[in-house]
Design a binder for this molecule. Structure first.
Ligand SMILES: C[S@@+](CC[C@H](N)C(=O)[O-])C[C@H]1O[C@@H](n2cnc3c(N)ncnc32)[C@H](O)[C@@H]1O
Length: 465
């Protein structure tokens, strides 16, 4: 049902600046003042009836709710059987800044009851483990701070865990930098990773943001305080990684994990191997860190995904550009993507993104710090007519099909050789399957594919002439 109502201040985890204002009458309408007050009363009434848990009341035994930084836990060594933590996800949410919105009111309302929690005029910011890139030193300094502080908190967890104790760490991030930091922090923590598995944790409504490729899942990393395997030699660890990931990726695929979530879950599988070692070194003794692991994982996951998306058999026949195109649509749909993420995806397909973007008639476009993959309508028709790659020919064919230029379409498919190639139609089918129903590109692809047998027959006839 559609209602006229006042939107929430926190529609997402930010306080956006809005230039429009409420035009409805807040006193009389549904969702107005009276409704809001009533729902607050209902919630307070409900919450006040929940009995206190013994856990929260027995602070003298060392349990209860305590307020401290994760980097300095007020507990002795080997104290806990298990620790579950949900740390900040790199730069996703500026918690302390958003908290100020509530803090200033809570301080006035209940500050006198909890003077130690409300001692400062605003929330403390310095010890917050978030990668802010707007401070001195910019992105690099924010990344370093996050990694160091996260490593400190993981080491604290390791310290307060009993031998054999379990640590569960929840994490999710779309960017490679976000994962590099958490993997390096884990490698430095002394914890041994046993398993990493995605769980579907996000609300559907949040995922509908169409300009970004949102994740549906978070990765649950399960680790133990145990002896590690010592130093691993990279060639061996790599072989182990390949074997382990082939099995894991198959399972993830069968579980229906797709798009951006598949790559993130693949990183989890990579950590399962990498995280067993004290340290991984190459033959010359150089220490291998998360960036190399992530490159390897991305290449393995890319290969696997292309094979699956094209239903095996055709992956080897298609160009790097076509692989890149298919994977992008599968991974990000029609969303634009930060440059570095796009570059890494291109790299895993053997493609140089800067070259593609600088190239006349290329299929990517730079929009400030983002990259957009151009669909058939966003590319120049003359460039498409001159292009020789599968994606160029496909885009050209789609434009000709759209304009019902049948003979030009048959000629293009015949002369390029793609009209008789099974891989060509498989790629078209795969792209269509990656796109949402309302996508214009999907509609064109489906249109072309519906008349596929007739097209192939006409191409066959044309070749005989
Ligand atoms: C992903 S959120 C956890 C959300 C929580 N699971 C929930 O459902 O409400 C990460 C939390 O870590 C907190 N945090 C950031 N720096 C911290 C630090 N140094 N010590 C302890 N907590 C910290 C943030 O304030 C934020 O509340």
């Amino acid at each position: 049902m559609q209602t006229e109502a006042i939107g929430y201040t926190f529609g997402r985890q930010a306080l956006p600046m809005l230039w429009d204002y409420i035009e409805m009458n807040p006193i009389e309408h549904t969702g107005g003042w009276a409704d809001t007050i009533n729902s607050i009363f209902t919630n307070i009434d409900h919450l006040s009836q929940i009995p206190s848990l013994p856990l929260i009341t027995s602070e003298r035994q060392g349990f209860g709710a305590t307020h401290a930084s994760a980097t300095r836990l007020p507990y002795p060594d080997a104290f806990f059987d298990a620790i579950l933590t949900d740390p900040p996800y790199y730069d996703n949410v500026p918690y302390s800044y958003l908290s100020d919105f509530f803090y200033v009111w809570l301080k006035r309302a209940v500050g006198h009851l909890y003077p130690d929690l409300f001692s400062t005029p605003l929330t403390p910011k310095a010890g917050e483990i978030v990668a802010y890139s707007n401070g001195e030193g910019g992105f690099e300094a924010g990344k370093r701070f996050f990694e160091e502080q996260l490593a400190l908190s993981f080491r604290e967890m390791q310290r307060v865990l009993k031998p054999g104790g379990v640590a569960v760490i929840v994490y999710a991030h779309k960017s490679t930098a976000g994962w590099e930091t958490v993997i390096n922090a884990l490698l430095d923590s002394g914890l041994v990773v046993n398993a990493a598995w995605p769980l579907n944790t996000e609300m559907e409504s949040r995922l509908r943001a169409n300009e970004s490729a949102a994740l549906a899942s978070s990765i649950y990393i399960v680790a133990r305080k145990a002896e590690r395997q010592g130093v691993g030699l990279y060639p061996q660890v790599r072989a182990e990684l390949r074997q382990h990931m082939e099995r894991r990726l198959q399972r993830l695929w069968e579980e229906g994990i797709g798009g951006a979530d598949f790559f993130i879950a693949a990183i989890g599988s990579g950590i399962e191997v990498f995280g067993r070692y004290e340290q991984v070194i190459d033959m010359e003794g150089n220490v291998i860190r998360a960036d190399a692991l992530l490159d390897e994982v991305r290449t393995l996951a890319t290969d696997f995904a292309v094979r699956q998306i094209l239903h095996n058999g055709f992956a080897a026949e298609i160009s790097d550009r076509a692989r890149f195109y298919v994977l992008w649509r599968w991974n990000f749909g029609e969303a634009r993507v930060p440059f570095d993420e796009a570059r890494k995806l291109a790299q895993s397909c053997g493609l140089d993104l800067s070259e593609e973007w600088a190239r006349h008639g290329g299929m990517v476009k730079k929009e400030q710090e983002f990259i957009r993959l151009l669909g058939p309508h966003q590319r120049d028709l003359d460039d498409l007519a001159a292009g020789r790659d599968l994606i160029d020919v496909l885009h050209h064919a789609l434009r000709l099909w759209e304009k019902s230029e049948r003979s030009a379409l048959i000629q293009r498919l015949t002369e390029s050789g793609y009209g008789a190639s099974e891989a060509f139609y498989r790629v078209a089918q795969a792209i269509s399957e990656c796109l949402p129903l309302e996508s214009k590109e999907k509609k064109l692809l489906d249109g072309l594919l519906t008349g596929r047998s007739r097209l192939q027959e006409e191409v066959r006839q044309a070749r005989l002439l």
